[in-house]
Design a protein around this ligand. Sequence first.
Ligand code: LRH
Ligand code: MN
Length: 424
Amino acid sequence: MPINAKLIEDHNEQQATVHRRKLDFIKADLADADAIIQKLAAFNIAIPSWALGTGGTRFGRFSGGGEPRNLEEKIEDVGLLHALNRSSGAISLHIPWDIPENYADIKSLAAQYQLKFDAVNSNTFQDQPGQALSYKFGSLHHVDAKVRQQAIEHNIEVIRHGVELGSKALTVWLADGSSFPGQLNFRKAFQRTLESLKEIYRALPADWNLLIEYKAFEPSFYSTTVGDWGQSFTLANKLGPQAYTLVDLGHHLANANIEQIVALLLMEGKLGGFHFNDSKYADDDLTAGSIKPYQLFLIFNELVEGMDARGLDHATGLGWMIDASHNLKDPLEDLLQSVEAIMIAYAQALVVDRHALVQAQEQNDVVKCQEILQQAFRTDVRPLVAEARLIAGGALDPIGLFRTSEVRKSLIGRRGAKTVATGL
Ligand code: LRH
Ligand code: MN
């Protein structure tokens, strides 16, 4: 592991004076700074196993080298991220891209890096070598019961892998849909999806959640059977108490008010978790907070308000995951930026003067409401996030230390310049 405690200590010593000055500045204006720092230190975001290498599009992929060649190296890379920011303490696996050869070895390797296994993801959007029946025309909504059964059994197998690893949730994202009017009977497709999910739900261990991820379009370009929050919410309600919706920020039509969707799903007790990323046009899977940082803040503003209203613990109450793809940036630097942006949005939401906001809302003082929110959004909370890292044993400047330690150079040295990671 190119990053060790001594390196982090020396790095933090060099940064200590500047950090302390900035921290004292923001603490002077905040009554509950220490409580906020504790909340930030307890907050962890799971890293997707499929986003540790260079992503690409159908037009091309430009690998940067030193990418993980197997599950062990993916765990090592998430371990490195967690050593730097102490906020990436879990990995989310995608099956069959990451089937462990030996559960015990993989679990002890993850434990070495203080990593847990977050939700496991099924994959019925690709045909695997030797697969009997194709998912070309869908999986859980397929007109052929044999194809649906094949997809159901795959999801149950994914649960089995997850149980071995100590995961507590299955994420189901379905590419199922249609690309031409008339191709699909929407009612039958939805009912078949529900009946198929019921069989998967029956296979869930009692302490597991089923997270139903919706997406407006791609790879289907006319309809997607689980295409929006309403369809996912309806399925989760019909399935039972262990079924929830999963909100991938990139899976909405343009200008959707995602923070309002989040507030309502949370109010209904059916918000299960997130796939954080950002986008300008479609499911671009860009770095979280890189295009619409105000939207990310507004989402966390609703999360803090709604989770406190339900008495939910911020760190454990929902599934916090990143789902991004890195076409241009170093994958590890990109993930460090995403975690930082999410922590900043959470910290900004924690410094909102909630009492004053409620008062202004009850008085329809529209200007005051906006001033209160933007006061928080315009507050530089980075020293609070850095202090949370420091007290958790991380680096004050993760990307700075990643670069000065030439981590990528040593990974390329060990793994080669042309390695390509499995995944998207
Ligand atoms: C679909 C999705 C889903 C994953 C896949 C890698 O767009 O967001 O969460 O299975 O990306
Ligand atoms: Mn996703």
